[in-house]
Every structure is written in structure tokens, then in C-alpha cells.
Design a protein around this ligand. Sequence first.
Ligand code: BDR
Ligand code: CA
Length: 308
Amino acid sequence: MTPRPVVIDTDAGVDDALAILLALRSPEISVEAVTTVAGNAEVHQCTRNVYAVIERAGSSVRPPVVQGSAAPLRLPLITAPEVHGAGGLGSLVPRLMKRPARTGTAAFTIAALARRFGNRLTVVALGPLTNIARAVQKDVRAMRSVGRIVSMGGAFRVPGNTGPVAEFNYFVDPHAADIVVTSGLRLTVVPLDVTQQVMLTWDNLCTSVAKLPARRRTWFHRLLDGYMEYHALTEGRRSAYLHDPVAMAEAIRPGVLSKVRTGIRVETWNGPARGMTVFATLPAGKSPFVATGVDHGNWKILSRRIWR
Ligand code: BDR
Ligand code: CA
């Protein structure tokens, strides 16, 4: 089986880190590049975090890392240190990068990979959609030729996690999200409705890493400790939602998530409904797929790859 080429666009917080580990350990795909976007943390922190996760994955193939947008298209940046820790990776403090990442060229890289691989390419967007929207603005034809774009974002029938109605990624850059969901791309949106069907408890974590050498175990604990404390406050239980790994699982093994095809829009007005996703009628053929459920058996098998 030839691995499918994938580009990961990420704001490299705690759950992004787990999703990147999953991707790098999945023989079904080959990660051609990792691009970074401001979101959970500032973009230079996200870039540094990606290097740290790639190093932690320990694979011999190291994808190029390209730093992207430092701020949303039109609104000031909002980060989430209360969820992901001051630097984005819980209480881990990644070493400074030995060499600076190529900066500001993420959208260019994504569009170039779209031209190179066309419908063989999968784009996995784990953060605000700023870089993806910029790639669409640069070369919409190439982006429409991409086989699949999987975006973690949105909240339809569940409350938001950033304010009452919005999910974080689409809240941070609603303009980018609305461009991406209305551009006629082969898009699958993975909203909170689905990602919140998968929860990792502290006990699950301890069991999953129990047999690892102490250093690796500590790495996971330091990554997830604060994230789980945050969820203890919001969900009443020391646990974690694995939003980005669930979206990554669908990119690795299409069909892990069930989907419906429906037009959607994202509220861009900077008021109480900012970033809210709503069902909408789009011109024929332009509607994305929206994930609705998880095949838990398949997810369990894939997710074991994270804990190594
Ligand atoms: C999304 O927002 C970020 O905090 C997470 O990394 C995930 O991509 C969940 O709303
Ligand atoms: Ca993310």
C-alpha cells in the first residue's frame, strides 16, 4: 500500500500534539509537511511545539515544518493558555529551536502541495483556518483539486467551548472558517458534537502509558496534566477531549466517522454568536460533509498508536 500524502496544519496545543504523534505513527499516510497557525498559542510557540513533538515521535523521517499566520484574517488573536498551558504543551517546556522555521509561507506550502499531489492529497486542519483560507485565496483551483480536507471545528447541536455557541478554532478566525466552508472544497468538518463523544480519563491515560519507560510516561503526564485539570473544572471530571486526534483518525482511515452532506456557514460578526456554525443552503455541489458519529471500535484500534 502506498501511503497517502498528508499535510497537517496545526496550532500545536495538547490535543494537536497527540494527533501529530498519531499521524507520524500511521503507515497509511506520509506526512509531507507540518504548517503552523496561531491559535492555542502564538505561532512561534506552535512551531517550536511541532519540532518538539516530531522529536518525541522519534521517527527517522522528519517532515518539514513551515511557520504560518501569526494572527487571524481580520480579528486580533485569542490564545488559550488556560487550556493548553502557557506555551501550548501543558507543563512541557520545549527546547528552543536549533534553526528557525521557514516563516510566513504556510499558505504557499499548502497550495504548492495541492498542485503537486492533487486529489491524492489530504489536508488535516487542526487549528483556526487562517492558513487554509489564505491558500484558497492564493489558488482556489488547486485547493478544489485536493482529495480531502478534514477540519476540526464547529459545534452544531452541542454548546460551544468558547462562549455559549462557538467552538474555539472557528471562534478564533470565523472569517477564515466561513471562506473554507463555502469554497466548494472536498471538506469534512469534524465538530464538537463528534469529538466530545471520545473522552480520555486520567485512569485511561495511566493505563495506556503504564508500560512505557519512565521518561516517556512523564512526557505524557506533563503534556496532559493541566489539560485534564481544565476539563475537571468544565466537565466535572479529570479527563480530556481528544478533538484533534479524532479528526486525524478520520484522515488516516476514512470512515472512522459517519457523515452527512450539508451546507453550513460560520457567523463572522464579532458579537455573541461569533464563530457559531449554522446549517445553510449553498449552491449545488458546494456543501461539505459534517461528521456526526464515531466508530468507537476503529477509533480504539487507531488511538493505541499514540501511547508509545
Ligand atoms: C479545538 O480547539 C483547540 O483548543 C484544540 O486544539 C482543538 O483543535 C477544540 O475546540
Ligand atoms: Ca488544535
